[in-house]
Design a protein around this ligand. Structure first.
Ligand code: WTA
Length: 675
C-alpha cells in the first residue's frame, strides 16, 4: 500500500465530520503524522475499506502474500456448516468459516524465522524489564535460538503437534518463549493468567486436557512473590488427569516442591536441548491457541483461534492501526494472560518484526511513575494500555509523568472498555503532549484482532468513539428485532461478515458456540456489546449488554462469580451486578441471601470475598457484598438483575417494577443500602 504522496484527497465523510463537529471536539491527524503514515487520508482508508468489503477474498489474498507460507492456500475463505444436534444447522450463518484452506503455515516461523534473512536478524525483538529493574534484551536471532531449544524441550517431554500445553507464568521472556515454542511445533497453547486460582487452573486444564503445564517458581508482583507453582500443585493434586509433566522456570528462587518424575526445571532441560528445531508446517486451520474467557454462564469458554487467519489479522492490524515501523519500540502493557497480550505483545508485533517492550510487574511499583520511567528509558514510541490504567494515573497526579521525558512517543492506544472523554483528553494532553494520535481500539477475545479503530494517519478522532471498522469488518448496530438502528439510536453491535481472525469455536462445544454468537440475530455474529453509530458512521461502544462485566478491563461473567459464591456453605442465593466505578470502569456488587443460622456480618463478607478469590482469582472479588433475606424476582422466578443494577449504582429503583413478585424485597434491599 503505497504512501500517498499526491495532493491531499478528500472524502465526503471527512468534510461531513468537520462540518458537524467543528474543530472543538475533533482531533485530526497531524500533518507530520499523516505524511509518514501508511494510510494518510480518509479517502485512502475508504478506498481500501470498500475493496476489502466488496471482494474480501481478493483483498486478503493479497495481504496474506506478505506472510511466509510452506504451501499456498487453495481457497481464501469457505463456510462449511456442520450438522449440529441441538442448536440447529446454522443455515446461512458464517459461524463455521475457514480461511486460507489447504494452505500450510507456521505462526512462530512468521514471528521469528522470517526476519532472520533480513537486517532484522540482530534487531531487538524483546526488551524486557523485571519488576526489580533487571533488564534483558533478546534479538530476533537470540529469540530464535531460545524458542528452538524450548520447542525441543517440549518434544522431549512428550508434547506432539495437536497436544495442548497450559502456560501459567509471570511476564518473563520465557513466557513469550514458551508460547512461541508451542506454536513452532503446533502444540495448542492455553495461557492462564497468573492471577487465577488453583481451581481456575484445574477447570481450564481439564477442559482442554493439557498434557503439560509450564509455570515458574513464582512471579514478582508489587514487591511480593506470587506462588505460581503452589497453585499448579494444588490444581494438579485436586485432579488434572491429563497432566503428565510440569516444566518449572526458576524466576524468584522461591522454595518449591519438585515432584520426582513429574516436575522438570526449565533451566536444566534447556541446558541439554539442541537449538535446531525447524518450524512444523501446519494447516492454516490448525488450532494455535485456546484462551478461556468469561461468558454468560458459570463456566468460562475456551475460545479457539487457528493459525493463518489469526496471524493475518494481528499482523495487519498491527501494521495499519499501530502503523508499526522498524524504528518503533512498541509497548503494550497488557499481560499475556489476556487476549491483548497474545495479539499485541506477541503475535502482531513479532509478525511485523517489531521491537517490543515487555514489563514484568505492577504499574505503580515501586513508585507511581514506573510506566513513564519505562517509556523514557526504553524510548517507547507507541504505547497501548487500558482506560482503567489511565484513570488510575489521572488520580495519581500529573507530576509522575511530567518528570519524565516521553518525547519518544508518537502514537497511543486504548483497549478493554469504553474510554471516557475525560480520560481520553488527559491521555492526549498529558501523555501524548497533544502530539500523538490516539487509537481507541474495540475488539474482543473472540475477534482475535482489532475490529473498530481509527487508522491514525487518516481518520479524525473524537474522544469516546472507536470510529470506523478495520478492513474486512462489517459491523452494524441493530434493534432487538434485527433491523438496523437509525443514526445515534442505541442498539446491539453485530458483525455481518466473517473476518480472518474470528474465533473458530468454543473448544469442544460447537453447539454452545453457535448458540452463543450466531442465534440472537440469526446468521450474524452477536458481540454482546451495545453501541450506536453516529451520522458520520462513527461507532460509539456503550459496553456489555449481557451478563458480562468489564472490571478494570478484565472480562468477568456475573454467573461465574455467582456460582463461586453459592459454592460457599453459607450462601443460599447470590446475584452479582456491576456498578459504575471511577477507576475500574465497573465494580462488582454481590447481593447474597444466606442459609439459616449464618450471621450476616463483616467477617462473613470477608470470608466470601476470599472464597471467590480462591475459586476464580482475586480479580473477581466482589467490591461490595450486601446481605438480604431474598432477591427481587419476577413471578416466573427470574432474578431481576436490572433492579439490582439500578440499586447498586443509584441507591434506589426508579424503573419499571411491575413484574416484580414481592415488593417487600426491594424495600428491604433499599433499607440495607441506607444502613
Ligand atoms: C470491551 C479485550 C469499548 C467490550 C480486547 C468487549 C471495549 C470486551 C473496547 C472484550 C473499546 C474492548 N471500547 N469497549 N475500545 N475494547 N471493549 O474479550 O465490552 O477481554 O466486548 O477483549 O471489552 O473484552 P476481552
Amino acid at each position: 500500500m503505497a504512501k500517498s504522496t499526491t495532493k491531499k484527497k478528500h472524502s465526503k465523510r471527512s468534510d461531513s465530520i468537520e462540518s458537524t463537529l467543528g474543530e472543538k471536539r475533533l482531533f485530526k491527524p497531524s500533518k507530520a503524522f499523516s505524511e509518514k503514515a501508511r494510510i494518510s487520508s480518509m479517502a485512502q482508508y475508504e478506498k481500501l475499506y470498500r475493496a476489502s468489503i466488496k471482494d474480501p477474498e481478493k483483498f486478503f489474498a493479497k495481504q496474506a502474500e506478505e506472510l511466509h507460507w510452506f504451501k499456498k492456500w487453495r481457497k481464501v475463505l469457505e463456510t462449511k456448516n456442520p450438522r449440529l444436534s441441538k442448536a440447529g444447522a446454522g443455515g446461512g450463518s458464517f459461524a463455521f468459516t475457514q480461511w486460507f484452506t489447504g494452505g500450510e503455515i507456521n505462526a512462530c516461523y512468521n514471528c521469528i524465522d522470517r526476519h532472520l534473512s533480513s537486517p532484522r536478524k540482530n534487531k531487538a525483538a524483546i526488551i524486557w524489564e523485571g519488576e526489580n529493574f533487571e533488564q534483558r534484551t533478546l534479538t530476533y536471532s537470540q529469540l530464535h535460538r531460545e524458542v528452538s531449544k524450548a520447542a525441543n524441550v517440549l518434544k522431549s517431554l512428550g508434547v506432539k503437534t495437536g497436544d495442548r500445553v497450559a502456560i501459567y507464568m509471570g511476564m518473563t521472556p520465557e513466557l513469550a518463549i514458551a508460547v512461541l515454542a508451542c506454536a513452532r511445533i503446533g502444540a495448542t497453547h492455553t495461557v492462564i493468567f497468573g492471577g487465577f486460582s488453583a481451581e481456575a487452573i484445574r477447570d481450564r486444564v481439564n477442559d482442554c486436557d493439557a498434557k503439560l503445564i509450564i509455570t515458574a517458581d513464582g512471579a514478582f508482583r508489587r514487591g511480593t512473590i506470587i506462588d505460581l507453582k503452589k497453585n499448579v500443585d494444588n490444581a494438579v493434586t485436586s485432579g488434572c488427569p491429563s497432566v503428565e509433566k510440569v516444566l518449572v522456570l526458576k524466576r524468584t528462587a522461591n522454595a518449591v516442591v519438585m515432584i520426582a518424575g513429574r516436575d522438570v526445571w526449565w533451566h536444566e532441560a534447556m541446558a541439554e536441548a539442541s537449538a535446531n528445531c525447524p518450524a512444523t508446517p501446519l494447516d492454516s486451520e490448525h488450532p494455535l491457541y485456546i484462551l478461556y474467557t468469561s461468558g454468560t454462564t458459570g463456566k468460562p469458554k475456551g475460545i479457539v483461534h487457528t493459525t493463518a487467519g489469526y496471524l493475518l489479522g494481528t499482523y495487519l492490524t498491527m501494521k495499519y492501526i499501530f502503523d508499526i515501523r522498524d524504528e518503533d519500540v512498541f509497548w503494550c502493557s497488557a499481560d499475556v494472560g489476556w487476549v491483548t497480550g497474545h495479539s499485541y505483545v506477541l503475535y502482531g508485533p513479532l509478525a511485523n518484526g517489531a521491537t517490543i517492550v515487555m514489563y514484568e510487574g505492577a504499574p505503580t511499583y515501586p513508585a507511581p511513575d514506573r510506566f513513564w520511567d519505562i517509556i523514557e528509558r526504553h524510548g517507547a514510541t507507541i504505547f497501548y494500555t487500558a482506560p482503567t490504567a489511565i484513570r488510575a494515573f489521572i488520580r495519581a497526579g500529573d507530576e509522575h509523568s511530567n518528570k519524565h521525558d516521553m518525547s519518544s512517543l508518537r502514537l497511543l492506544g486504548s483497549v478493554g472498555e469504553p474510554i471516557n472523554p475525560e480520560a481520553w483528553m488527559w491521555y492526549h494532553r498529558v501523555i501524548g503532549k497533544g502530539r500523538c494520535p490516539i487509537v481507541d481500539t474495540w475488539w474482543q477475545t473472540e475477534t482475535g484482532a482489532i475490529m473498530i479503530s481509527p487508522i491514525p494517519g487518516a481518520v479524525p478522532t473524537i474522544p469516546g468513539s472507536a470510529t470506523l471498522p478495520f478492513f474486512g469488518v462489517e459491523p452494524e448496530v441493530v434493534r432487538k428485532d434485527g433491523t438496523k438502528c437509525n443514526p445515534d439510536e442505541g442498539g446491539y453491535l453485530i458483525i455481518k461478515k466473517p473476518w480472518p481472525s474470528m474465533l473458530r469455536g468454543i473448544y469442544k462445544d460447537p453447539e454452545r458456540f453457535q448458540k452463543q454468537y450466531f442465534t440472537e440475530y440469526p446468521g450474524l455474529y452477536f458481540t454482546g456489546d451495545g453501541a450506536r453509530q453516529d451520522k458520520n458512521g462513527y461507532f460509539w461502544i456503550m459496553g456489555r449488554v449481557d451478563d458480562v462485566i468489564n472490571v478494570s478491563g478484565h472480562r468477568l461473567g456475573t454467573m461465574e462469580v455467582e456460582s463461586a459464591l453459592v459454592g460457599h456453605e453459607s450462601v443460599a442465593e447470590a446475584a452479582v451486578v456491576g456498578r459504575p466505578d471511577e477507576i475500574k470502569g465497573s465494580a462488582l456488587v454481590a447481593f447474597v441471601t444466606l442459609k439459616k443460622g449464618w450471621p450476616a456480618d463483616e467477617s462473613l463478607k470477608e470470608k466470601l470475598r476470599n472464597h471467590v478469590a480462591e475459586m476464580i482469582g482475586s480479580i473477581a472479588k466482589p467490591d461490595d457484598i450486601r446481605f438480604s433475606d431474598a432477591l427481587p424476582k419476577t413471578r416466573s422466578g427470574k432474578i431481576m438483575r436490572r433492579l439490582l443494577r439500578e440499586l447498586a449504582s443509584t441507591g434506589s429503583v426508579a424503573g419499571d417494577t411491575t413484574t416484580l413478585e414481592d415488593f417487600s424485597v426491594l424495600e428491604q434491599l433499599r433499607a440495607g443500602e441506607e444502613e
